[in-house]
Design a binder for this molecule. Sequence first.
Ligand code: NAD
Length: 484
Amino acid sequence: MTLDRSTLFIDGAWAAPTGDDTIEVVSPHTEEVVARVPEGTPADIDAAVDAARRAFDSGPWLRMSPEERIEVVQSFSNLYAGKLGEMAELITTEMGSPTSFSNLAQSPAPWMMIESFINIAKAFPWEETRPGALGSDVIVRREPVGVVAAIPPWNVPQFTTISKIAPALLAGCTVVLKPAPETPLDSYLMAELLQEAGVPAGVVNIVAAGREVGEHLVAHPGVDKVAFTGSTAAGRKIASVCGEQLKRVSLELGGKSAAIVLDDADLATTMDGLRFTALMNSGQACVAQTRILASRAKYDEVVDALAQTVASMPVGDPGDPATEIGPMVARRQQERVEKYIALGQEEGARVVVGGNGMPDGLDRGWYVRPTVFADVDNSMRIAREEIFGPVLSVIAYDDVDDAVRIANDSDYGLAGTVWTADQEAGLDVARRVRAGTYGVNTYTMDFAAPFGGYKSSGIGREFGPEGLAQYTEYKAIYPTAPAM
Ligand code: NAD
């Protein structure tokens, strides 16, 4: 099977790129090139934005009723449902996500997201009439925001693409998608499904490229809104450009979430939960619970249980269904994680499992050893900065107030969890931690509810009616003169 592609998806057709450069997609497991795709240029972005602009300003999509658009998106969803296995496999190939995670989250979750947005769109108040304060009725409409630049990262490429494409389409927007250079392949399969579903020409355009071409897209005057998921550093830069140009912008950024283990928590259940919520996608997850907060009384017990859990997780070939920790996406990411493991030791934290070096039995691929640090103080850089790999820090707290204080003592505020036998106590903690999503004895994302971050974890929300609303502008229409 060749995964090579030679064209870009612009204006409903497979277009030749303007440049000669290619992106090599390299398997993080074998370090071998598995595919080549054209690397988009600023001129390709210009063509894609022009197509999206034309489709928005004079094409049929905006003029269709919400029900007609829902029908097309439903066809896309049905086609997507038939490709879940292929999509999951592509993502494992391009970025090394363990197949167990890919088949759970990399493709089924985006498909569930489309279905959820369709249901939300059916009940959405696209146009409502309300009694005005001046005695006459007022019509309030939600109209599409315009041409959307959608920029996802590589770690959950379809998850972060569909979270933008589905609401944008349902709202009547048109889109230029710039996939991350590590993960362009899944977007080609998605484009085929959009085409087959009958999405009109120019409504979705796809140009894979790196950061500089992304900057060109963000600054393009033909773009009305930027929907970005990625690092906080890039988010700041994008927000400043959008601020200057008064473009709408939504940002889903990094995290350093805390799992608070209360003293009454059942440790076996908690470890089963943390195994996933702290280390999903080999730790390359924005919502990963990477700070584990344990009371001084139970500290050693929690450290031992966590060390045992992490040591038992199979590391290796992401294509093996038993694998729980696969490789890092790129050599650059492997080096970054190793740098933090060394830094933690320099800062005085104690490695209880893992440490630097290749995992046993592996001599190639961008692997790191899953690592647990004990004796971590929340002021250390390993507790403050997003590592984006399988590295956990266990931090001691005095009492519940102290645990909440430590959880909140972070630049980030994306997610969090509390583990306890007392659900009311858990809910009390959940209400006090400043984070956009929070789980009691679980961490999950329900696509009917808003998802996003406080503080440096972002601006705006995806999912739920709140996520759909981010692709609309309000318009108030006064149909008659006021009665007064
Ligand atoms: P990144 O910021 O380096 O890149 C993300 C995307 O933005 C890529 O497509 C990249 O090419 C592009 N890009 C980078 N700088 C840009 C710029 N100045 N202008 C335009 N485009 C630009 O992030 P990454 O390393 O690909 O992804 C990891 C980060 O994503 C982590 O910080 C993680 O927490 C975050 N993330 C957040 C969420 C969330 O929903 N909050 C979900 C997944 C990942």
